[in-house]
Structure formats: C-alpha cells, structure tokens
Design a protein around this ligand. Structure first.
Ligand SMILES: CC(C)(COP(=O)(O)OP(=O)(O)OC[C@H]1O[C@@H](n2cnc3c(N)ncnc32)[C@H](O)[C@@H]1OP(=O)(O)O)[C@@H](O)C(=O)NCCC(=O)NCCS
Length: 194
C-alpha cells in the first residue's frame, strides 16, 4: 500500500509499508525521538539489531509495519503485531509513534486507519493496545478511536529507565472501530486528512 496524505497543516506525507531498505531511516527515526518518548517503548529501538529484527518480523508476516515519509525522512511508525498463537490469532496489537513535529495534525488517526485496514485483511477481529500510564496522548487517541474497555495492571512493566509502571491495556472489536471512523468522516477534521 502507498497513500499520499494531507495533514491538518496542509503538509503532506506518504504512508507506505516498511521494507528492509528502511533500516537506516528507521534507526534515524527512533534515535531522533526524545528520551521521554523512548522511555516508554517496549524495546530499545536505537539498536541496529532490534530494528533489523522488527523488519524481519514484518517480512515473515508476524507483523505489518507502516511508515509515514516526509520526503526521505520517516516521521511515523505504526505496527499491527500478530501473535501467531492459535488461541489469540484473532487479535492484533497496534503500536504507533509519531515524530513530535508531526503530532496533533491527524497523522496518528490516519496511520491507525491504515492499520485497521491491514487488520481487516489479516482477518483480525479485535485490536488491543498497550501503554504505560504516563502515555496520556495514547490513551486519549485510542479513546477517540473507540477503544472502550480498559484493564490496568499496577506496576506490571518497567520502562527503559528501569522504573516500574502501570500497564494499561485497551481493546476494541474491529466493527466498533469502523463505526467510530464513520463518525470522523462526518466531521470536517477527518475530511481534511483525506
Ligand atoms: C499518541 C500519538 C500516536 C498520537 O498521534 P497524533 O498524530 O498526535 O494524533 P492525532 O493528531 O491524530 O490526534 C488524534 C486525537 O487524539 C487525541 N490526542 C492526541 N494527542 C493528544 C494529547 N497530547 N493530549 C490529548 N489528546 C490528544 C486528540 O483527541 C486528537 O484529536 P484533536 O487533535 O482533534 O483534538 C502520539 O502522541 C505519539 O506518538 N505518542 C508517543 C507514543 C505513544 O504513546 N504511542 C501509543 C502507544 S502504542
């Protein structure tokens, strides 16, 4: 897939699937994140080997990964991860991170929409997202997208600085997400991201 998208400030990005040619660009993207943003990531994606593994996972179908490009620079990274375990192969886990200068322009919603399309084609029925409690923007965007059920596990994970954090898991069935998306279509904001 490959889609040119106009953001709320009229800037344009290209959303497309990540390929092995994105290794250096992806590393540069993660290295450019602020320390605060990196703290809440699950893996240390400033390591070449970790980023290479993410790409291999996409190549073998364990994940679908999208990037948003502004020129030749990656400005957002989104993933739909599939567990591969039979008892939960109807579930996809969504992960999303947008470069700070590109936030609050509708790119998060737009990336999420493309990931939902990938989820539908992978016959995923339910999407889950996991985040740490300080990730307030994440909770807000996923609520807006229709994720309603929340489970909070106190002190369940450690951030990259070693501090224990509450983990929040939000879930939503794909049908519910499409209903929510239709509401966006009815609003001016969403139309400006088309
Ligand atoms: C969460 C994140 C992906 C949102 O991306 P974004 O491109 O800024 O999101 P959008 O511009 O599409 O915002 C959509 C809606 O989400 C909500 N939202 C987004 N950022 C918010 C913030 N900082 N505070 C409150 N609400 C916020 C708003 O309702 C917003 O709609 P509005 O701008 O019309 O008010 C981005 O902040 C990010 O990368 N955060 C760090 C990584 C992370 O937490 N990832 C999620 C865990 S998987």
């Amino acid at each position: 897939m490959q889609k040119h998208v106009k953001l709320r400030d009229e800037s344009e990005v290209l959303i497309r699937e990540m390929t092995r040619k994105d290794l250096a660009g992806s590393l540069a993207f993660f290295e450019s994140l602020s320390e605060e943003d990196r703290t809440y990531l699950r893996r240390d994606v400033t390591k070449n080997e970790v980023v290479a593994r993410r790409i291999r996972e996409a190549e073998r179908g364990a994940a679908r990964r999208l990037v948003a490009m502004a020129g030749d620079q990656i400005v957002a990274d989104g993933s739909l991860e599939l567990s591969g375990e039979e008892w939960k192969n109807h579930i996809g886990e969504l992960r999303l991170i947008i470069a700070r200068p590109y936030r609050r322009k509708g790119l998060g919603i737009r990336m999420a929409r493309e990931l939902f399309l990938l989820a539908a084609s992978a016959r995923v029925e339910e999407i889950v997202v996991r985040m740490m409690r300080p990730q307030k923007a994440a909770r807000s965007i996923f609520r807006k997208l229709g994720f309603r059920q929340e489970v909070i596990l106190p002190d369940y994970v450690r951030d990259l600085s070693g501090t224990k954090q509450d983990m929040i898991l939000m879930r939503c069935d794909l049908e519910g997400l499409w209903r929510e998306m239709e509401d966006f279509v009815a609003t001016g904001d969403w139309q400006r991201t088309q």
